[in-house]
Design a protein around this ligand. Sequence first.
Ligand SMILES: [Zn+2]
Length: 375
Amino acid sequence: MKKEIKELIEISRFYGSDSRFVIAGGGNTSYKNAEKLWVKASGSSLSTITEEEFAVLDRAKLSLMSQKTYSNNPAEREEEVKNDLAEATINKGKRPSVETSMHNVINYAFVVHLHPTIVNGLMCAQNAEGDLKKLFGNRALYVEYTDPGYVLFKKVENSIIAYRTRYGEEPAVIWLQNHGIFVAGDTIEGVKALYAKILDTLSDNVILTLPAGVRATCPNTEIIIPGIRRILYNGSPKWLKVRKNELIKFYYDSIGHQSKIAKPFTPDAIVYCKSNYIFLNDEGPEAVLAQAAGVIPSFISNFGYQPKVLLIKEIGLVSVGDTEAQCDIILDVFEDAMKIAYLSESFGGAHPMTPSQIDFIDHWEVENYRRNVAG
Ligand SMILES: [Zn+2]
């Protein structure tokens, strides 16, 4: 194995196994030389990645994609882009993610793209851009939210080109609003040093530390959870899982706090948790179940899907999934959103995605689903 691929695996596992950096298998890493690019294939997890789980792409073919004109219809465009990515893939059968083109245009050997909680505490805050420049200087490269896929790639590419012209150097860090961060370097030590500095600076500037510690299960959980399961039952049984801790209490205790987590912060979160959540603020099993019996059916008829996330006073955060593993991921992703909302208070308060940004992801998901079914 090439020395650089060993290093790519090392740095992928290093961040993949640290929950401050990676939640629910998100993020991707790459290494490139002049001809080829190795990037994490879709469906692999950074924490356990092996050489076989990287897609290897022809960089000449990848570079052609930035000049090409694709369809104006988002679903058609993303299909064309997906086909071109597959065409540029040397080890056929490996699926490179839509973020691959961004890795290709960053002019460093190693690129580590992650959605770290504390980074998103800033990137999903009202003062994201202003506070970023205050903390990291005016040269910090900030990219405003753009719908994911080819359009985001072009926006990032144009920002990099503008940066080169303006400062005569390559940006090594790219901050993406309501998304995450790209960090690059010619050595993995260089990437690690940049991430360490970013995390230190952000931690030093967080005013409120996250509430920590677990809380004991409420005895009413045994009555309420089976009751909720009965209300949700539509012929196919679901898994429900409960988590309760000081952070979750902070949100179930106050309707005001709940308003900060009522909308998603990132496209990734929508994929796992959807974009609407149920908050039950009544107390005692009978009142909670009566409230649930009213709220859940109207939720389903309004949004056309079952809730994946419920927050219930005194009970905790409840996830609904098809498997136990899916429930754990939903809990992790939604708890991460709680942390993002909490940390964002240090940077002007929560800044969730807008309704039209959310709509695009919801629509895209439906399109993808139709295509998968049709395929
Ligand atoms: Zn991403």
